[in-house]
Write a protein that binds this ligand. Structure first.
Ligand code: NAD
Ligand code: TYD
Length: 379
C-alpha cells in the first residue's frame, strides 16, 4: 500500500513512546509508523502487543547514536516526520552515570538531526511537509520556589480540574522561562533542546519542541515513583520517600500527553515551543497517600493499612523542589486540555498495574532486583 506519510517514532518501546505509537498506528492507518528503539532496560516490546501485527506498524531495533544506520533508514523508508522520544529518562540513574545521558540524549539527538537534514536536503521538495518533533521535559527549566508550602487554590482551571487542585507557589514554567537545569538528566535534555532549535535557526529545518510535566499511567518502568510504589505496596515492601516528601510535581495522565503530541505534530507551528502540563500539582507525600489508599482498597485491604510502609530516606542529590507548568498557550492556541481528573487517572493506573502483574513480574525479574538494591542500599 502507498502510505500518505512515513513517520519514525523513536523510543516507541518505552513508556510514553508506546502510547504515542499505539495512538498513531490506530488513528492513522494511512501512515506508516516505524518504531525505532534500541531496547535498553526501559524498552519493552510487550508494551505494544496489541498493535504489533497491524499492517502500518514496523519495529526497527536501532541505537539513535548510529548515524549511518539512521541515514540509511531515512533514505530507504523516505521518512517524512520524526517524533523523537528516545532518551535516558531517570534522574537517579543520571546522578550515577551522567555519560550515558550525554551520549544518548545529546549525541543521539544530534545524530538524528544531522541524518534528517542530509536526507531532507537531498530531496527536490526539501522541507515541504517534513517535521522533526522533539519531546522534552519541564525539568530543563530548573526548580520553582515553594512560596505556599501548604498550597493555595490553583489559578488555573480545566474541565477536568481535580478535587485537589492546589498550587504551591506564585510562579509557573512558561515557554519563555529561562533554562536552568540542575540534574545531569535535565542538563542533557536542555542541551538536546538547544540543538533542535539550532537546526531550525541555522538550516531552516521544521522543528517543534514540547516540554511536558511528570507523566503517569500504564507501562511506566517501575523505577519511577508511581509504578514503583504500587508494586511495593502490593508486595508490602518499604516505600522510599526522598527527604521529607515535600517536593512538588505536576502530574499528567500519559494518554493526555500522547493526545497533545498528536495535535501538535499535526497542527503545531514550526519553530514553536509548547509546554504541556496537568494543571495538577501534588506534594510527593500526598500523592503517595492517595496511591496507598487506592492500592489497599483495590486489593480488598483496609484503605490506609499500608501507610506504615512509608520510609523516609536520604534525599536525592540536587532534588528540585517544585515543578509546575502553565500550559495555557497550548490550551489557547490548539484547544488542548487534560481530559482526566487526577482521581480518575490514578484509579485507572493502579487498576492497570494490579491487573497486569505478569508485565510487572517480567520486568522486575533479573537485573532489576540488582539495580533496585544498588539504588537503595546506601540511602
Ligand atoms: P522511558 O525511559 O520509559 O523510555 C525510553 C525509550 O527510549 C526506551 O524504549 C528505550 O529503549 C529507548 N532508548 C533509550 N536509549 C536509546 C538509544 N540510544 N537509542 C534508541 N532508543 C533508546 O522514557 P519515557 O518516560 O517514556 O520518556 C520518553 C521521552 O519523554 C523522553 O525523551 C523523556 O525525556 C520525555 N519526558 C518524559 C516524562 C515522564 O514523566 N516520563 C515527562 C516529560 C518528558
Ligand atoms: P520520579 O518518578 O523519579 O520523576 P522525576 O524525578 O522526573 O520528577 O520522581 C518523582 C518524585 O518522587 C521526585 O520528587 C522524586 C520522588 N521519589 C521518591 O521520593 N522516592 C522514589 O523512590 C522515587 C523513584 C522518586
Amino acid at each position: 500500500m502507498e502510505y500518505k506519510k512515513t513517520i519514525v517514532i523513536t523510543g516507541g518501546a518505552g513508556f510514553i513512546g508506546s502510547h504515542v505509537v499505539r495512538l498513531f498506528v490506530n488513528k492513522y492507518p494511512e501512515y506508516k509508523v516505524i518504531n525505532l528503539d534500541k531496547l535498553t532496560y526501559a524498552g519493552n516490546l510487550a508494551n505494544l502487543k496489541d498493535v504489533e501485527n497491524k499492517p502500518n506498524y514496523r519495529f526497527v531495533k536501532m541505537d539513535i547514536c548510529d548515524f549511518d544506520a539512521f541515514l540509511s533508514l531515512m533514505r530507504s523508508e523516505h521518512v517524512d516526520g520524526i517524533i523523537h522520544l528516545a532518551a535516558e529518562s531517570h534522574v537517579d540513574r543520571s546522578i550515577k552515570d551522567p555519560f550515558t545521558f550525554a551520549r544518548t540524549n545529546v549525541m543521539g539527538t544530534l545524530s538524528l538531526l544531522q541524518a534528517a537534514k542530509l536526507y531532507w536536503e537531498s530531496l527536490p521538495e526539501k522541507y515541504d511537509n517534513k517535521m522533526f518533533y522533539h519531546i522534552s521535559t519541564d525539568e530543563v527549566y530548573g526548580a520553582l520556589e515553594m512560596t505556599h508550602p501548604e498550597g493555595v487554590e490553583s489559578p488555573f482551571t480545566t474541565a477536568a480540574s481535580s478535587q485537589h487542585h492546589h498550587a504551591y507557589g506564585e510562579t509557573f514554567f512558561v515557554e519563555t522561562t529561562k533554562y536552568n537545569p540542575h540534574s545531569p538528566y535535565s542538563a542533557s535534555k536542555a542541551s538536546s533542546d538547544h540543538f533542535v532549535r539550532a537546526f531550525h535557526d541555522t538550516y531552516g529545518m521544521p522543528t517543534i519542541v514540547t516540554n511536558c510535566s511528570n507523566n503517569y499511567g500504564p507501562f511506566q518502568f517501575p523505577e519511577k515513583l508511581i509504578p514503583l510504589f504500587i508494586n511495593n505496596i502490593r508486595q508490602r515492601k518499604p516505600l522510599p520517600v526522598y527527604g521529607k516528601g515535600e517536593n512538588v510535581r505536576d502530574w499528567l495522565y500519559v494518554e493526555d500527553h500522547a493526545r497533545a503530541i498528536d495535535l501538535i505534530f499535526h497542527k503545531g507551528k514550526v519553530a514553536e515551543t509548547y509546554n504541556i502540563g496537568g494543571f495538577n500539582e501534588w506534594k510527593n507525600i500526598d500523592i503517595i497517600k492517595v496511591v496507598i489508599n487506592t492500592v489497599d482498597r483495590l486489593l480488598g485491604r483496609e484503605p490506609g493499612e499500608d501507610m506504615n510502609l512509608i520510609t523516609f530516606v536520604t534525599d536525592r542529590l540536587g532534588h528540585d523542589a517544585r515543578y509546575a507548568i502553565d500550559s495555557r498557550k497550548l490550551q489557547r492556541e490548539l484547544g488542548w486540555e487534560p481530559s482526566l481528573q487526577f482521581e480518575e487517572g490514578i484509579e485507572k493506573t493502579v487498576k492497570w498495574y494490579l491487573e497486569n502483574q505478569e508485565w510487572m513480574n517480567n520486568i522486575t525479574s533479573g537485573d532489576y532486583e540488582k539495580y533496585y538494591d544498588d539504588m537503595y542500599k546506601n540511602r
